[in-house]
Ligand binder design. Structure first.
Ligand code: NAP
Ligand code: MG
Length: 402
């Protein structure tokens, strides 16, 4: 069989167990079938340290150039990692760096297989969470107050005009927090969500607490509404999809009663909490994909989980591991599908879809990694495979289907 040719995508290698799996996926499931054409960036922690993290910035810029990237999970350094890797500095999360360059929104979608039943019985289709990954409580300024006094909110405009309001006259100690968001960031968030809804032909829900937060959350609601009406309504009508705004508490109730099959856009904190809730209820982080979409249509695909450190230490000790490679396989297939769609490369799209189908077919035949075997409720009995044996089974299934 002749290998499928493709235009360039950005490949970002990563750390620990996922770095090992990354290589196996390329060797076993991709390179034998596709003339892989990637611009390679090594975001493994040692190389980030060598380049003073310039490589993360270069990778982000490259995604803007080629429009499609695929990223392996990476270590976000903390004090312990600084010591472990003898780092020059506690480098920032590459995901944060790339997100800032692309100004993007992260969409997380569970991968469903029969045999892993969602905790919510009515869910039949995936629920995609779109999390606004900028500002609010994540960039807040906080005080712990230990004596009585007046707390005020003060804004000084560039032209000197001031706005001041009393927040509370404290008669005792307490806590105080100031947070913000920006119109430009909310607008990018809105456009990324509307574009992704069109891309995936799914309804878009958006929820905030605008009845209580009459300026802050209300602004999110109004910006979404305005951009939708001016730029996206016609396209949504044409595709037969809807944009729907509701209060966050109403949204929670509706989500639990729903069948799934839509995108739920959330403010930063809501998205943090709800994506963990939704992924756990669907089964596992190992079965969850994540794509960063910029408002001007660049895409970066990755797994939602981390570098699976505990498994890596076992691997280093010479043990075989049963780490689930599905989310990383789907990061690759997501990127290849997108490359194929953008270029009209039907063979590449077909290959990526077939690889996804083959991967899920192996699981549905009862062969899976340990994490899935532990929660398996399928008709056939679960057989636990090592990562390598699982990937080998997918390879066989893929070859049979191609
Ligand atoms: P993690 O790597 O997601 O792993 C947490 C636990 O979840 C694992 O120990 C494992 O449980 C289970 N798990 C996750 N993925 C799995 C898979 N594919 N197959 C089987 N089990 C899986 O999270 P972490 O341990 O908190 O973080 C490890 C490193 O990853 C950290 O350095 C963190 O900075 C980084 N991280 C990176 C990203 C990213 O690049 N996007 C995201 C999150 C975290 P058992 O051990 O019980 O089997
Ligand atoms: Mg979280």
């Amino acid at each position: 069989m002749e290998k499928i040719r493709m235009n360039k995508i950005v490949e970002m290698d990563g750390d620990e167990m996922t770095r090992i799996i990354w290589q196996t996926i390329k060797d076993e499931l991709l390179s034998p079938f596709v003339e892989l054409n990637t611009e390679y960036y090594d975001l493994g922690l040692p190389h980030r340290d060598e380049t003073n993290d310039q490589v993360s910035i270069d990778a982000g810029e490259a995604i803007k150039k080629y429009r499609v990237g695929v990223k392996c999970a990476t270590i976000t350094p903390n004090a312990q990692r600084v010591a472990e890797y003898h780092l020059k500095e506690m480098w920032k999360s590459p995901n944060g760096t790339i997100r800032a360059i692309l100004d993007g929104t992260v969409f997380r979608t569970p991968i469903l297989v029969s045999g892993v039943k969602p905790a919510v019985r009515s869910w039949q289709k995936p629920i995609t969470i779109a999390r606004h990954a900028y500002g609010d409580v994540y960039k807040a300024t906080e005080f712990r107050l230990t004596k009585p006094g007046r707390a005020e909110l003060l804004f000084t405009a560039e032209d000197g005009e001031q706005r001041r309001a009393t927040i509370y006259d404290f008669e005792c100690g307490g806590v105080l927090q100031g947070m913000f968001n920006k119109d430009t960031s909310i607008e990018s968030f809105a456009r990324s969500c509307f574009n992704y809804a069109i891309e995936t032909k799914q309804d878009l829900w958006f929820s905030t607490k605008d009845t209580i937060s009459k300026q802050y959350d209300q602004t999110f609601k109004l910006i979404f509404e305005d951009i939708f009406n001016r730029e996206y309504k016609a396209k949504f009508d044409e595709l037969g999809i809807t944009y729907f705004y509701t209060l966050i508490d109403d949204a929670v109730a509706r989500v639990i009663r729903s069948k799934g099959g839509y995108i739920w856009a959330c403010k930063n904190y809501d998205g943090d909490v709800m994506s963990d809730m939704v992924s756990t209820a669907f089964g596992s982080l190992a079965m969850m994909t994540s794509v960063l979409v910029s408002p001007d249509g660049n895409f970066e695909y990755e797994a939602a989980h981390g570098t699976v450190t505990r498994h890596y230490y076992r691997y280093l000790a010479g043990e075989t591991t049963s780490t689930n490679p599905i989310a990383t396989i789907f990061a690759w297939t997501g990127a290849l599908k997108k490359r194929g769609e953008l270029d009209g490369n039907a063979a590449l799209v077909r290959f990526a879809k077939t690889l996804e189908e083959a991967s899920l077919a192996v699981i549905e035949s009862g062969r899976m990694t340990r994490d899935l075997a532990l929660m398996w409720q399928g008709d056939v009995k679960a057989e636990t495979l090592t990562t390598d044996d699982f990937i080998a089974a997918v390879r066989k299934e893929l070859e049979a289907r191609l």
